[in-house]
Ligand binder design. Sequence first.
Ligand SMILES: [Ca+2]
Ligand SMILES: [Ca+2]
Length: 235
Amino acid sequence: MQPLYELPTNLLDGAFTREHVPARLYYVIATFLRISSPRELHVASCLYPRQTRFTMANAFLVSKWKIWYKSLDVNHDGMISFADVEESRSKFSELHHLDEQKKKQVMDNFEKWWNEFIFRGKTGEISESEFVDMLNKDFTTDKAKFKKSMEKCFDILFDVIDTNKDRSISEDEFLIAFKAYGHENVALDTKFFKAYNPKDGLVPLREIVDSWISFATSEDSSKPDIVKTAFESGV
Ligand SMILES: [Ca+2]
Ligand SMILES: [Ca+2]
């Protein structure tokens, strides 16, 4: 880890005084960490940028978050808002011809999912940059925790999409889900589904969930990304 401010090495064994470091850094470190020796300052200055420096996920991952944002704009008005929640859950219930009890469950589940993973405590509209910033903040703060949260996000989402609960996604379930989310081009949706190489018309739920976790969390552009490829083809 690179320190924010490199102390001259001949100071490391000497006394630490205000003159040795920029005033702002001295203030931050001395006030909040209550340290007095140059060695402690050196350690602290290594930790300091972790908490305060603006870091960003790589361009590959950011480009995928932007694709994800666009894919969630169900009514295609350029913004994510509660109208997208309403439209996706109503369409989903209609297309599956759900009875009243199941429809209510789906309505509640969709809303909970959007609130927890997309709106994240915000109300009203979310712009693309707000969405990317929120994901980036969680990603750069704690990658393992972010991955866990994305695992939960897609486990829940595809558990709802797997309406017959056989832990597989059929072509029908896949197409209805994508139509409900405003992706109405059946030929492209079908091509997307076929990219998972379905066996007997089914793809294991785990495989689809894993592809989305990778889509939302992986910075490795050398690995093919099935979700990114599909959306870039026009899904
Ligand atoms: Ca919208
Ligand atoms: Ca199923």
